[in-house]
Design a protein. Structure first.
Length: 201
């Protein structure tokens, strides 16, 4: 389990096609120490397994399903990515429950400055039923609070987040531009509630 608190900006030093997907090697000097082959790491919010470790680099493999459902499918050498290792049992819970299971890819449609902060509006794939103002969402692996949402009957479903200067500095979201795609993971509690309510319909 993750909490959506990014610990490092890594750099993809190699992206290689494999028979079933891609092998991504990431320079991660702060994340690499203490890792073992088989450990999990979230890359832009996608939970992946370390398959090789060499110096300060971590290699992970993403299958076709993962590439199709996340922005890792368009990752290129030199790209910067958000990294987070799983929460330790005695760790501080600073974000919200994040599984590393991306629900889909959204598109940033606007970025507006608000002093030193920035407000992003992101269009969601499919329904916005999991979105609620002041609720939690994970964007490229970052735990964030939703500040505004579209009406459930609007044709275009979107939500807004406001990024403080610190978040802009230490996550990939500070480098994003309008038109770029971001990984989204909705609050797992909302998804479980929806599933449980299906028995009552």
């Amino acid at each position: 389990m993750f909490t959506g608190i990014v610990t490092e900006l890594g750099t993809a030093v190699a992206v290689e096609e494999t028979g079933s997907g891609s092998r991504i090697t990431i320079a991660a000097p702060r994340t690499r120490p203490g890792m073992k082959i088989g450990d999990s790491v979230a890359v832009n919010g996608v939970c992946l397994t370390a398959v090789a470790l060499d110096g300060d680099t971590i290699s992970v493999e993403a299958v076709g399903e993962t590439l199709a459902r996340s922005n890792l499918g368009v990752l290129v050498t030199g790209a910067v990515v958000d990294l987070e290792r799983p929460m330790s049992g005695d760790g501080r819970f600073d974000g919200h429950i994040v599984q590393g299971h991306v629900d889909g890819v959204g598109e940033i449609i606007s970025i507006e400055a608000e002093g030193d902060a920035r407000r992003l509006r992101i269009v969601t794939p499919g329904s916005g039923r999991y979105l609620v103002e002041k609720g939690s969402i994970t964007v490229d692996g970052v735990s964030l609070t939703i500040t505004a949402v579209a009406d459930v009957n609007d044709d275009q479903q979107w939500f807004e987040i406001v990024l403080i200067p610190h978040t802009l500095e230490v996550t990939v979201l500070g480098r994003r531009h309008a038109g770029e795609r971001v990984n989204l993971e909705f609050d797992v509690i909302a998804k479980y509630v929806e599933r449980l309510m299906e028995d009552r319909r």
